[in-house]
Structure formats: C-alpha cells, structure tokens
Unconditional design. Sequence first.
Length: 241
Amino acid sequence: MPRDLFGDVVHHEVRIGGRAWYSLPLTILVHAIVIAVAVIVPLLAVDELPGLPRAAAEFMAIAPPGPPPAPPRAPRAPRREAADVPAVNPHAAPLVAPAGIAPDNGLVPEPESSADAGVAGGLPGSIDGAGLGVQPEAPPPPPQPVAPLRITSDLRRPARIKDAMPVYPDIAMRARVAGVVVLEATIDAQGKVVNLRVLRSVPLLDQAAIDAVRQWEFTPTRLNGVAVPVVMTVTVNFALR
C-alpha cells in the first residue's frame, strides 16, 4: 500500500527515532571519561622529558655568567657633632688680668696692606697704601711753543713755493708813485705767513704789499730735523712801466 504523503502532517503523534532514552546521556559520559583520561594521564607521568636534539642545542646561545656581586659597602662612621667653640676676638680686652707686663722689644709692627686701605673720601685715581692716598705723578706738560727764530747764516732761508703778485693801486699809479716796501714776515712751522710788520714804508703802496705777501707760502724751516717758525725780511718792488 503506498504511503500517504500527507499523513505525517495530519497525524500529530509522530515517533522520532527508535533508540532508548538513556542512550544520549551514556554517550556523553563515555566521551567525557575518554577525554579526562587523555588529559590527566600525561600529567601524571614521572619520566624525564626527552633532551633537545644536538642540532638544536648548537644554535641555542648560552648566556655568559653574570658579574660577581658588589662587595658590601662599609658602614659609615657616626657623624660627630662639632663642639660649640665660642668665637674669640683677638682685639678684645682680656677678661683675666695678666700677671705682669712683657718688656718692650722696640719693634714697631708694619701696617698690613689691604685692598681697602686709604683715607675715606680720598682723591679719585689715588694709589692705596699704608692708609694714605698718594696722588700719582701728573703727566708732563705739553712742550712750550718755540719762539720764532730769526734767519741767520746758520739757519737756511725757506724757499717760496707759492707766489702772489701785488696789485698796483690806481691812486699810486696816477700819482706816479713807485718804490720798494720792506716787510718783516713771521712764518710758522708749516710755512704759512702769520704776521707782517712794515720796516720800510711807501704810504700808497704798503697795503698792496701786505695783501700780496700774506698769500705767500714757504717750505718749512727745520732745525735739527724739527720744523720751527722763523722771522725774515721780504721786499716788494713797485715800478711804473
């Protein structure tokens, strides 16, 4: 008889499997016992573990022995507390009267040199020493100017290096005045004319001669290699053409 395809759906009482009810718990218990034996038995073994193969031991680095332990530190000596020593001032008066007076040997102690020695409020720049402010020596004064030397046979006359021709005054030219004006010229160490004095005068020509000579320049006059000012006479000739 063919099986009804929809019979299982229609009938609610369906039997699943044909095994007994205790087969599943028994299977679980057996498996648990087998697993426990497989895990516990190796842990209870007392035999030595197999050694490393020789090839593996050659590649393992052997750690060098560590440094020897440091020697124990010596115990520190107990720190002694400094005894309180009262400060004694050597210049203070003694508390106990001396038994006698020592004889005087006649020696006078020298004063001690100190960086702070000197009179308070002393001169600035003074030298400290022995309690007195000593003023250092002043620099030498500048040399006094040399008085102009008069040209003589022993002193060479300076050469004129710059010339200026005098301008003939119109009034003297219309008056037909001519002559020679003699001047005394003071020349400084650089050869410049710094002072003039008329020695021989031509009234209408004196100022023209002075104006011309003031523009002259000379070579420096030297005495023993040093330039010095000099005094000499110069002449200015005025002639009608």
